[in-house]
Structure formats: C-alpha cells, structure tokens
Design a protein around this ligand. Structure first.
Ligand code: R8N
Ligand code: ZN
Length: 259
C-alpha cells in the first residue's frame, strides 16, 4: 500500500481524497480504456508523435520510496506532435507494478485487462520555465505509458533492471555511467490512445496529457522480479515494493482518441 507522510498508517488510494480532494476530480488517471469507445482521430496520424531522445540523457536511478526513478537530463530528449501543441522534455521515467508473479500491476487497463507493470516516461511542457511550474498546469505534462508483459528478456531494460538491487532503500541513488537511450523501451509499433488525465500519485494534479502505447513490450519474469529488489515501508516494517499502482478512475465523460 501507498505511504502518506502525514499518517503513520499507510493510506491506500481509496483514502487519498481526504488529503487531496482532486482525487474525485473530473480528469483523474488511470482509466480503463474501452477500445470500442476510443475515437480514431486522423489529426493524430497527420501530425505523428515525434520522439527524439538522446542516448546520454540518463543520469541516475533512485528509489523514491514509491517506485524507481531514472532521472534524466532533459537536454535533447524532446517529444512533440500527435496530441501535443508544444514541445515537451523528458524529466524522468519510473514504473508501477503488482505482486510477484501476478498479472495485475498496470495502472491503465485495456477492456478490463491488466498487465504486470506499466512504465511512465514523464515530460514537461517547454512553455513553462521548469517541471515545478509545469506540474500543476492543465497542459503541463505529457506521460507516455508503456505496458510490460511477461515474456522474453528485454535487452534494453536490462541495464536499468540490473541497477534496482543497488538502490534497495528510499533515497538510495546510483549514477548511470553508460550511454542509455530510453526510446529502446518503446514498442516498435507506435500506435497509442490519448486522453486528458492526471498524476496517478498524490498530489494527483490534473496536468497530464496521457499517451498510452497500444502494444506492450515483453520483459522477463526475472526482470519483473528485479522490481522487488526495491524496498519500501509497510505497516509491518520494511518490505518488497509492490502494488504501487492506482486502480482505474471514473472516465467522467472524457473522450479517448486513438491513432
Ligand atoms: C504518472 N505517474 S505518477 O503520477 O506516479 C508521477 C510520478 F510518480 C512522478 F514522480 C512525477 S514527477 C512530477 C514532478 O516531479 C510525475 F509527473 C508523475 F506523473
Ligand atoms: Zn507513474
């Protein structure tokens, strides 16, 4: 369960509204993506999503106490096009996952189907001076979500998943000394669903243009298990970090568009 700094007992997602009323807002995330209700929007293909990351942008991996976070030096890590009206820069990526060996763990679901984990590549709108200014603006952030399915090892994710054992505790941090291009984590087919939503962890700001890739990428059972080398505080003391996902929230009449 999630930790709320204010109270000694961990407050799960169904209690967040007490401290963050926006939890019951009109554009909360994640959602269940009902594929038959998604509307193909030609404008998305007419102006394709452009992902141009550099391969020396990743600086370090840290344990945030809620996930791992690969911190990125935003230089040359831009996305634009598709649903975006401006250029956004990558600031970090992290993931959400479920219990050992289980099939739940993703935040978004597709026609009710869950995946064992979901990667989030977080970008901020360059019209703002920094991510701190962007984080609570309606067009402040763009998050690319990538579903992880259990299968063959993901060679591109291995250099990162091998680092989790080096950051077992909150605030542990290890530098990334090798070249790494986060674009290797994207599926080959770049089709996606997009909708207006929010952060999925407190403060739950309604500031995210979501871009959820349709195709999952395969990672091995061992790579999913490596996520549990990360530890966090549980009611009975330190334990394996898992189930750090928020379940789907009411769509509130929003339109989900599709390429
Ligand atoms: C989408 N996943 S999330 O809500 O859990 C999430 C997160 F965990 C982050 F740390 C950040 S960084 C914000 C400025 O630092 C973020 F934008 C997020 F959207
Ligand atoms: Zn996330």
């Amino acid at each position: 369960g999630f930790l709320q700094v204010a109270s000694p007992v961990p407050q799960g997602p169904n209690k967040w509204h007490e401290q963050f009323p926006i939890a019951k807002g009109q554009r909360q995330s994640p959602i269940d993506i009902v594929t038959s209700n998604a509307k193909v929007d030609k404008a998305l293909s007419d102006n394709p999503l452009k992902v141009s990351y550099s391969n020396n942008c990743c600086q370090s991996v840290t344990n945030t106490g809620a996930s791992f976070q690969v911190v990125v030096d935003g230089a040359g890590t831009e996305i634009s096009g598709g649903p975006l009206d401006s250029t956004y820069k990558l600031v970090q990526f992290h993931a959400h996952w479920g219990p050992l060996g289980g099939d739940e763990g993703s935040e978004h679901t597709v026609d009710g189907v869950t995946y064992p984990a979901e990667l989030h590549l977080v970008h901020w709108n360059q019209k703002y001076k920094d991510v701190g200014e962007a984080v609570d603006k309606p067009d402040g952030l763009a998050v690319i979500g990538v579903f992880f399915s259990r299968g063959k090892e993901h060679a591109g994710f291995k250099p990162i998943s091998d680092l989790f054992a080096k950051v077992p505790r909150k605030a542990d941090k290890v530098d990334i000394s090798f070249n790494y291009d986060p674009a290797c984590l994207l599926p080959a087919r770049r089709d996606y669903w997009t909708y207006l939503g929010s952060l999925t962890t407190p403060p739950l700001f309604e500031s995210v243009t979501w871009i959820v890739m349709k195709d999952p990428v395969e990672v091995s059972a061992e790579q999913l298990a490596a996520l549990r080398n990360l530890l966090w505080e549980t009611p009975s003391g330190e334990g394996q970090m898992c189930n750090n996902y928020r379940p789907p929230q009411p769509l509130q009449g929003r339109l989900v568009r599709s390429t």
